[in-house]
Write a protein that binds this ligand. Sequence first.
Ligand SMILES: C[S@@+](CC[C@H](N)C(=O)[O-])C[C@H]1O[C@@H](n2cnc3c(N)ncnc32)[C@H](O)[C@@H]1O
Length: 270
Amino acid sequence: MTMTQGSYLLADQGSELDRLQLQARVWEPAGSKVLEQIGNGAGALALDVGCGAMGWLRLLSEWVGPQGTVTGTDIDEKMLSAADAFVASEGLGNVALIEDDLFASDLDPGSFDLVHARFQLAPLGRAEEQLASYLRLVRPGGTVVLEDVHPGSWHFLPPAPAIEDRLIPLLAQAFEIGSDDPWVARRLPRLFRDANIEPTVRAEVQALEPGHPYQRLPLQFATALQGALHKLVDADELAAMLDEAEAELADPGRWGLTFTLVQTWGQRPG
Ligand SMILES: C[S@@+](CC[C@H](N)C(=O)[O-])C[C@H]1O[C@@H](n2cnc3c(N)ncnc32)[C@H](O)[C@@H]1O
């Protein structure tokens, strides 16, 4: 199923704002590494498409510096007001937030030096069309950075069988029903090459210490996707699985490994 314009699998979940801010903090160091590799951004005009509650706003604000400007867009007002509160609390004076639909953008074409979008391809499931929109917004020679999820590394140390052998595969099935292309990260390099862009690829996995709140991500997804999960598994079985998952997370010695963040970038042909 392709998501309709503006629809997004996890929209309207109260907990989604908190989850996105936590997630954005967890992945900030990985984003910094990409920006370091891209080079000096001083004075640049940068865009974070679908920035959610935080996204790359703080990272980009620092990267472009006081002479540069960051624009964060989203289609969802609640995301933008959370992002606005974050920008104010951090005093990010070079960041502007705009409500904009990436499929019908009102932003000026070719007006950004860098366009970034994270966790947008998989939920919206329109990768080729999305890349074309991002490329329309970046100037010739400017950089497009896309980041998405590869689930291969999503495990625990020691193993947590209820979470990694049962819950995560079930969530994967729910994502496969909700998106045309939940594992689009696997074809990111091909997507760029098909658009005549030579991609650079890096990948990052984080180790999460016992009790780290991001270890709870599979359980948060289970709450957000309850409706879909109930179609895939009997309610009692799901409840038992979630109880076992909670017990596994309560182990004070259990470390987590995140999914793999695949980061791909390249320059729009001049
Ligand atoms: C999974 S969240 C990722 C948020 C952020 N990029 C991050 O990594 O933390 C996807 C975001 O895309 C936004 N979105 C969905 N459809 C959109 C559209 N058509 N145009 C712009 N943003 C959209 C959602 O509101 C949501 O904030």
